[in-house]
Design a protein around this ligand. Structure first.
Ligand SMILES: C[S@@+](CC[C@H](N)C(=O)[O-])C[C@H]1O[C@@H](n2cnc3c(N)ncnc32)[C@H](O)[C@@H]1O
Length: 263
């Protein structure tokens, strides 16, 4: 191999290792450390430090980085949710975003909800800094927004309060029993006929992608793999009852957007 090619390969491998180590320390590594040290009943013990430390939030929350993490499917997934919201009549109705997410999903969902006439948009998250970061992205829409520090698995909000609930890549980060509680809460929050838009990972079709994805979850996000089988969100909604739903998958089945209607 030519020296230039060799050096480029070495630098690339080095950079990828550093990036992988960075994300490992701030995801799985942090969970392992907490298992050893903290109170297991702590409601935040599953939340990665990448969401609680403002410096880390600002370091990671760049659209190209976030798009790359979702294999450049981020825009398609958000577009699916946003185009669903645009087709609704939300005059005098409320929209809930259950937990913040990086990238432009929050401003795009808020923009679509306001265009459809929504009267109020609530964003609930366990972490103050995530709410502050979301607020920073919403410039001129703030008068119709509410930022609520709350737990998606036990929301302090009234039954049937909202007509739309958006849950963007939250489930795969929750311990399994909390996945079910979050879906149950999503149903409780919705008025009959209301919509839940849920974006998540899904079991990929090609075995190569499945193997890579499996490795990713095993190394970085231990609660994610259950979405492939024991905690498939559609199966969970079916078991909870009172939902009709449609699932679209993306990128060889690696991602899914579920549009579920509360019956
Ligand atoms: C929705 S996930 C988003 C993951 C995805 N990687 C992204 O940012 O695009 C991360 C957010 O969920 C929040 N979160 C985690 N558990 C929660 C819970 N039980 N209730 C409310 N918010 C929660 C975290 O604080 C964080 O803001």
């Amino acid at each position: 191999m030519q020296p230039l090619l060799m050096n480029t390969a070495i630098v690339l491998v080095f950079l990828l290792t550093i990036i992988a180590l960075f994300f490992f320390i701030l995801t799985r590594g942090a969970l392992l450390m907490r298992e050893l040290s903290s109170d297991p009943a702590d409601e935040k013990s599953h939340v990665y430090p990448i969401y609680s430390n403002m410096r880390l939030i600002k370091l990671v929350d760049y659209q190209p980085i976030i798009s790359a993490i979702l294999l450049f499917q981020y825009k398609r997934l958000v577009t699916k949710i946003v185009s669903g919201i645009r087709q609704l009549d939300l005059q005098n109705k409320k929209v809930l975003i259950t937990s913040c997410a990086f990238g432009d999903v929050i401003p795009r969902v808020v923009g679509a909800a306001l265009q459809s006439g929504a009267d109020r948009i609530l964003i609930a998250d366990l972490v103050d800094n995530e709410l502050i970061n979301a607020r920073d992205k919403l410039g001129n829409h703030l008068e119709r927004m509410e930022f609520i520090k709350d737990d998606a698995t036990n929301l302090q909000l009234a039954d049937g309060l909202v007509n739309v609930n958006v849950m963007f890549f939250l489930l795969h980060e929750l311990p399994h029993h909390l996945k079910l509680r979050a879906l149950d809460e999503a149903g409780r929050m919705l008025t009959p006929g209301g919509k839940l838009y849920l974006a998540e990972f899904h079991r990929p079709d090609p075995w190569v992608l499945r193997a890579l994805s499996w490795t990713y979850f095993k190394v970085f996000e231990p609660y994610g793999l259950a979405l492939w089988d024991t905690h498939d969100p559609v199966d969970c909604l079916q078991n909870l009852g009172g939902w009709s739903y449609q699932r679209s998958t993306y990128f060889f089945g690696n991602f899914q957007v579920i549009s579920a209607t509360r019956i």
